[in-house]
Write a protein that binds this ligand. Sequence first.
Ligand code: PLP
Length: 364
Amino acid sequence: MPIRARAHVYEMQPYRAGKTPEQLMQSLGLSELIKLSSNENPLGASPRVREAILSALESIHRYPDGACTALRDALSDFYQLPPDHFAFGNGSDELIHLFGVAYLEPGDALMMGHPSFVRYEASAQLNRATLQRVPLTPDFRLDLHAMAAAITEHTRLIYLANPNNPTGTIVARAELEQFLARVPDHALVVLDEAYFEYADHPDYPSGVDYVRAGQNVVVFRTFSKAYGLAGLRIGYAIGRPDLLDPVERVREPFNVNTLAQVAAVAALGDQDHVARTRALNREGLRMFSEACERLGLRSVPSQANFLLIEIGARCAQVQQRLLQRGILVRTGEVFGLPTYLRVNTGTAEQNARFVEALADALRE
Ligand SMILES: Cc1ncc(COP(=O)(O)O)c(C=O)c1O
């Protein structure tokens, strides 16, 4: 008898990492590659992070602080919330995994918008929960009316990515509050605010307000995006201690490494860097949407650090042409939007190169 893993595991798809930038450059004979495909911060991390990591190198033979005490205290100051209102993950990806393991029983349901961040789906599959995917509205926003109407007695976790990935759209404060009022007590709402720092719309709500109000809401934020620490893997959940407690029970004792912890404290302390990042992004989005208008392309108004652009049937071809010109962007394929490109903003120079290359690729 061959050894078998749990049967439902074979229904899951492994995450297929694309080629690394180095591999792509080598295979295409490029001397440079502009990577605008993973919503990273083109400015990198704050310079303070480097110093913090260098001084922490002396202690990497020790286990990390399993409670993330220094970071917990820094976040507690930052948000003016008690330290027990935070839980940490090896990226918010791990939080998605841990909340699934802690909350979902076979037969429960996980609800999400569609298209939205694909890792929510894996969490449902792993825990043998039913996936309730509720289509976005025609203008690519989470359809909170349809989501509220679709809640059943089995719905345990509801993921709202706000801003949503891959669309960059937001749900506004009033509609979110109406939705929360309709969510029954057996369902936990997770507001995944990975792109929180970029959103500047006056009606954009901060999920932390609902945590403060004691609601059944947990907020995920990350150091991967505006803080520029994607390679270190660190994200955090903000919520009532009783909602975080199940996750504390199932997580590994040292799930967040020492360098990530010190880097996050340093990054949080440099809000000027976040402000520069935000300003650069705003300018990049403006430039991208103007270019789309000029080129006759439809784009989805974005509150994140990326833009979803409708290219049409030749989208994959356009992506390849951009790659030949040294620019890496994503098609919306994994999200079920194969005729769209998702491109994140870069430095001013990278943005200009993208716009020029896109015009060329469309003409070719
Ligand atoms: C909506 C959303 N949530 C979570 C993540 C995961 O971020 P990380 O695991 O790097 O914190 C991403 C990354 O792309 C995202 O777009």
